[in-house]
Design a protein around this ligand. Structure first.
Ligand code: 5AD
Ligand code: SF4
Length: 348
């Protein structure tokens, strides 16, 4: 059948025509199951029915940038700004480790409060205290020199979504103070420095078309990142993009599957944003080929305020620990939590 043939051909050759890509993206709900199942089998072949867990610590809601889509944009006067101290970060790292989590993700806006020396201290202490814990940074664009220093001090991975591989599209999502070239160069630099590197994009962001997504896919094939972060665009009411439609669940699932077929060993999270547009979004993501979950282990004071988009899961106070219940959720789809660190397991 045509769906399997396209998947098989893409899997073997790592090339796909725009027509075939569009064919997959246009599949109806029923036929799309074949695509998901092809990708899911690749994930199960490589990882079993085990999901890597990352403890997400949101360290700051301050940001100097003004991405048009994001609730933490500098110009948003309604965003509550909070940041964690070194001690608070260390405490949360310890909390994660106690939960059995072996990767800590420090995520934040582009906040110059965390200047290099301070970050170095934090990293050094985490590394010293928790020897076999992987550290992932998701702190936006920084000086290349900083990237290098952070790598040398022991940061293992870095997430920096490219957002779109089209310069003109990038410029419609960001003000002119942000440079498409610098974003892409930063990602290449991170990879060159030896970080396990993640790029990624929102699905259904304003002005995005099929060609953009096809170009994103080809960028991923060329870059060969170790991780790709993919989630739906979700409008946030205090941003210029408040009135745009959110990305579609099915589109996210299809892209997840296609990206899984592009690299069967890729670390591919079922993102919080995906879980925020559908009660079973993250489970559906896993069944479409994702193999990573990034529960928020962070402090409540930040969680409540870390609002990149509306109705984000885990921001309600009663949902005080995203980690709780995760095992049960996974068991319901016959998956379980992996106890491994979950590094990308191939030189590239
Ligand atoms: N909807 C979905 N994802 C968003 N991000 C920022 N704002 C939104 C939004 N409104 C994503 C961006 C960024 C990551 C940290 O969060 O892709 O890289
Ligand atoms: Fe800042 Fe990141 Fe939000 Fe852009 S997406 S405004 S860089 S926190």
């Amino acid at each position: 059948n045509k769906i399997k043939d396209i998947c098989e051909k893409f899997y073997k050759s790592k090339k796909i025509s725009f027509e075939d890509f569009k064919f997959l993206m246009d599949l109806n709900e029923k036929d799309a199951e074949e695509l998901y199942s092809f990708a899911r089998k690749l994930a199960v072949k490589n990882f079993g029915k085990e999901i890597y867990i990352r403890g997400l610590i949101e360290i700051s809601t301050y940001c100097k940038n003004n991405c048009y889509y994001c609730g933490l944009r500098n110009a948003n006067k309604n965003a509550k700004r909070v940041r964690l101290s070194k001690d608070e970060i260390l405490e949360l790292a310890e909390h994660s480790v106690n939960l059995g989590i072996k990767t800590i993700v420090m995520q934040g806006g582009e906040d110059d409060f965390y200047y290099l020396e301070y970050l170095k201290e934090i990293l050094r202490e985490i590394k010293e205290k928790f020897k076999d814990v992987a550290i992932t940074l998701s702190l936006g664009e920084r000086d290349f020199k900083d990237f290098e220093v952070l790598k040398n001090i022991g940061a293992d991975r870095y997430l920096l979504r490219h957002e779109t591989f089209s310069k003109s599209h990038y410029e419609r999502l960001h003000p002119s103070s942000m440079s498409f070239e610098n974003r892409i160069n930063s990602i290449y630099k991170l990879k060159e420095l030896g970080f396990q590197t993640g790029c990624g994009m929102m699905i259904g962001s304003p002005f995005q078309n099929m060609r953009n997504l096809y170009d994103d896919l080809n960028f991923i094939l060329k870059l060969k990142p170790q991780m790709v972060g993919i989630g739906p665009f979700i409008p946030q009411h205090d941003t210029p993009f408040r009135d745009f439609e959110r990305g579609k669940l099915e589109d996210v699932l299809k892209i997840l599957s296609i990206v899984r077929i592009a690299d069967e060993k890729l670390l591919l999270p079922a993102t919080t944003a995906l879980g925020s547009i559908d009660d079973f979004g993250r489970e559906k993501g896993i069944l479409a080929g994702a193999n990573v979950l990034m529960p928020n282990v962070g402090a409540e004071k930040l969680r409540k305020n870390y609002k990149l988009y509306d109705n984000k899961i885990g921001t309600q106070v009663e949902n005080s620990d995203d980690f709780k219940g995760l095992e049960e959720k996974l068991n319901k789809i016959f998956y379980k939590i992996s106890s491994e660190r979950g590094d990308y397991n191939k030189e590239r």
